[in-house]
Write a protein that binds this ligand. Structure first.
Ligand code: NAI
Length: 340
């Protein structure tokens, strides 16, 4: 009787476990570049969320310390640190989401494209590792120049035969977060209630806040609108200047990167109506990659929501951005295809 009982109760325990695995939402997230200015606060935000059950921290330096430190936080995510390329297999195997903030940031006077020479090969190598060890992961790239690093990673995955255009994203969430903050400030609104889509890319004139589609609806005089648009496009440089040589946005980027990663986690868990703007492979314009609002699903992009109705000012911004985007995309693609 005892044996029967215990096997029956074991069955119940297993059933509950099965149920709780489906409802406790196991999502394994890796951060590559986890010891950096963005990586550390991003890892902290991910660690404190119950959406993340495993947190894998990869960098070429300092990950044992960062992981040991975070692992003492009393939240469920099991945290591990992996240092150096020989440990990429352990860092990435089984990951559902990989967020990449690896690479050098800007110093005053630099454009994002000035980072190309250093960051292109970092992103290429990490994409190769993703293709090998977690080919089904959703990949969010933060490393600049995003307009080129997303095409670089995509070409690498194509070569490896694991490319799925739904699974790779340039993280442009910080542009949305900044737009929300600046518009809330200008109109004295609660920033948590403001949402402004940002389309195009992630550098200078390719950053296009679609203020005409803001919720709640807002309106500005022409010069105020132009000044606000310019401030959003140059907001990264505002931080680079203020940090005076010590780097670019890290804390706001960590916040934005965590928001994007959580949206991916929610979509993986089947939550509906998860929408984020991101820079993805796209046939919405003549630029082969373009950021627009996207409905996310468990396999990444479920639906590209497109440009929506743009004002004529915004249409002009899109036209100005396209040649610049095409140039950055070609530079990224050539880096992978012409150097091998
Ligand atoms: P950081 O220099 O503080 O940290 C970069 C980290 O990457 C370092 O810990 C470094 O050891 C690591 N790293 C270097 N090579 C690596 C490799 N091969 N594999 C793994 N890790 C490697 O720089 P920060 O401030 O964290 O910025 C990181 C990147 O994010 C920069 O490229 C920056 O331009 C970009 N960024 C992007 C934003 C966006 O909106 N998408 C906003 C702000 C920054």
């Amino acid at each position: 009787v005892f044996l029967l009982r215990s096997s029956a109760s074991a069955e119940v325990v297993n059933h509950v476990r099965r149920l709780s695995t489906t409802s406790t939402k196991n999502v394994k997230v890796a951060v590559c570049g986890a010891s950096g200015g963005i990586g550390q606060p991003l890892a902290l935000l991910l660690k404190q969320s119950p959406l993340v059950t495993k947190l894998s921290l990869y960098d070429i330096v300092h990950t044992p310390g960062v992981a040991a430190d975070l692992s003492h936080i009393d939240s469920p995510a099991v945290t591990s640190g992996h240092n150096g390329p020989e440990n990429l297999k352990d860092a990435l195997s089984g990951m559902d989401v990989v967020i990449i903030p690896a690479g050098v940031p800007r110093k005053p006077g630099m454009t994002r494209d000035d980072l190309f020479n250093t960051n292109a090969s970092i992103v290429r190598d990490l994409a190769e590792a993703c293709a090998k060890y977690c080919p089904k992961a959703l990949i969010g790239i933060i490393s600049n120049p995003v307009n080129s690093t997303v095409p670089i990673a995509s070409e690498v995955l194509k070569k490896a035969g694991t490319y799925d255009k739904r699974r790779i994203f340039g993280v442009t969430t910080l542009d949305v977060v900044r737009s929300n903050a600046f518009i809330a400030e200008a109109k004295k609104l609660d920033p948590r209630k403001v949402n402004v889509p940002v389309i195009g890319g992630h550098a200078g004139i390719t950053i296009i806040p679609v203020i005409s589609q803001a919720t709640p609806s807002v309106s500005f005089e022409k010069n105020q609108l132009e000044a606000l648009t310019l401030r959003i496009q140059d907001a990264g440089t505002e931080v680079v200047k203020a940090k005076a040589g010590s780097g670019s946005a890290t804390l706001s980027m960590a916040y934005a990167g965590a928001r994007f990663a959580f949206s991916l986690c929610k979509a993986i868990n089947g939550e509906s109506n998860v929408v984020e703007c991101a820079y993805i492979a796209s046939d919405i314009t003549e630029s082969p990659y373009f950021a627009t609002p996207i409905k996310l699903g468990k396999d990444g992009v479920a639906d590209n929501l497109g440009l929506g109705k743009l004002s004529s000012y915004e249409q002009d911004l899109v036209q100005a951005a396209i040649p610049e985007l095409q140039k950055s995309i070609k530079k990224g693609e050539d880096f992978v295809n012409k150097s091998s």
